[in-house]
Ligand binder design. Structure first.
Ligand code: FAD
Ligand code: UDP
Length: 366
């Protein structure tokens, strides 16, 4: 039987970047993937000629030029800039929080007037914000917190904003300029052919086996390679010996509609609690599609239970402490290394995944 230098568990972005680097260094790779397709969460498939993001909207953005150059070697990125709209009970607001939002919320027309309004509303928070609610109020004041943050966040995470870590909201820019770009990074775009093409090209030359759950056959698979790069859930790897880590799950409802333009923008957030979905994605707008039809996806947050797809790690103190216990076990392994969103139990964006996979490859391959 063929022997490989690396067995890579998971054909997501992390596994694919590592595999590419290993192959470019002359190593052989066997990639096993438990689902029936490659690319993990960034999987896209064509429907009506439109690349549809099967597991939620994915916008590539980074401040790291080396990462941008790296992914651009494999696919061409378009000039898409994410400018989502927030819908609160039929009122439309621009996101992220910027002068357009402040004007729409309060009628203020200058940065000084917006600052004064927020200053007045943030006084209720004294000291370092202890949770997401305090962090949000201290960034944008109570009015914006109530309309655009509270309902959206609580339905997304299934927890009260007072029980969530502050860092989640720090991802969002707050700007005193009229600038609707959701991200601050200098590089941003969507692969014209979809993300699956990126992963396909990264994996070119590797032996990829779909529908194989490593955890069901680990001994037999370990014997096929010198080392293992594992990008599945770290707690599953250790048979949940300290108990399961918590995740947040999602449910997607996708429809093809007989109209060429349903909502005029790729992403509309639905911010009130009463609407069960958090956002509606209109996929064609990611690639400036001109098709006659359109494909939309409603994203519903879902309580995660063992066996469901683990979309988001819930990085609160309890889970972080549990993860540290698993990490201590992982640190003692010599044949296996852990990577990616599930292996590191980290809320990584794609660029951070590429960065981490390149760093691991550099360390292991020299
Ligand atoms: P994954 O994509 O989860 O890949 C892991 C793979 O391992 C999976 O294919 C899984 O099936 C496989 N696997 C697991 N266990 C086993 C096993 N036992 N045996 C075999 N195979 C196994 N990032 C951005 O930069 N921009 C965005 O706009 C953005 N939007 C997002 C929106 C949503 C809704 C979500 C959930 C994430 C978003 N992300 C975004 C983050 C992005 O999806 C991740 O950074 C990236 O996909 C992580 O890649 P990965 O390889 O670490 O994990
Ligand atoms: N958020 C919000 N209102 C919005 C959009 C985002 O309150 O309209 C908050 C929410 O707490 C969310 C966080 O900002 O969890 C990060 O949002 P982002 O869109 O970056 O998250 P992702 O795309 O990863 O779901």
């Amino acid at each position: 039987m063929k022997h490989y230098d690396y067995l890579i568990v998971g054909a997501g972005l992390f596994g694919a970047v590592f595999a590419r680097q290993a192959m470019d260094a002359g190593k052989t790779c066997l990639v096993v993937e438990k689902s029936d397709h490659i690319a993990g969460n960034i999987y896209t498939e064509e429907v009506e000629g439109i690349p549809v993001h099967r597991y939620g909207a994915h916008i590539f953005h980074t401040s790291n030029k080396a990462v941008w150059d790296y992914v651009s070697r494999y696919v061409t990125f378009n000039h898409y800039i994410n400018t989502p709209i927030a819908n609160y009970k039929g009122e439309l607001y621009n996101m992220p929080f910027n002068m357009h939002t402040f004007y729409q919320m309060w009628g203020v027309t200058t940065p000084d007037a917006a600052r004064a309004k927020i200053e007045e509303q943030r006084r209720e928070i004294t000291g370092e914000p202890k949770n997401l609610e305090e962090q949000a109020i201290s960034l944008v004041g109570r009015d914006i917190y109530e309309k655009l943050v509270k309902g959206y966040t609580e339905k997304q995470w299934g927890r009260s904003c007072t029980e969530l870590p502050a860092f989640i909201i720090k991802r969002l820019p707050v700007r005193y300029t009229f600038d609707n770009n959701y991200f601050n990074d200098p590089y941003q775009g969507i692969p014209e052919e979809g993300y699956t093409a990126l992963v396909e090209r990264l994996l070119a030359g590797a032996e990829v086996q779909l529908g194989v759950d490593y955890l069901d056959r680990r001994e037999e698979l370990n014997a096929l390679a010198d080392r293992v790069v594992y990008t599945g859930c770290i707690d599953a790897y250790y048979d949940y010996c300290y108990g399961p880590l918590e995740y947040r799950s999602l449910r997607f409802e996708t429809e093809t509609l007989d109209t060429d333009n349903y909502q005029g923008v790729a992403v509309v957030n639905y911010n009130e609690r009463e609407i069960p979905y958090t956002r509606v994605i209109e996929h064609k707008h990611f690639v400036f599609g001109q098709q006659e039809k359109t494909v939309i996806t409603r994203e519903y947050p879902a309580t995660w239970e063992l066996g469901m797809r683990p979309y988001y790690p819930v990085n609160n103190e309890k889970n972080q402490a549990l993860y540290e216990q698993y990490r201590a076990l992982a640190d003692r392994e010599d044949q296996v290394v852990f990577g990616g969103r599930l292996g590191h139990y980290k809320y990584y964006d794609m660029d951070k995944v590429v960065e981490a996979a390149l760093a691991m490859a550099e360390e292991m391959l020299g």
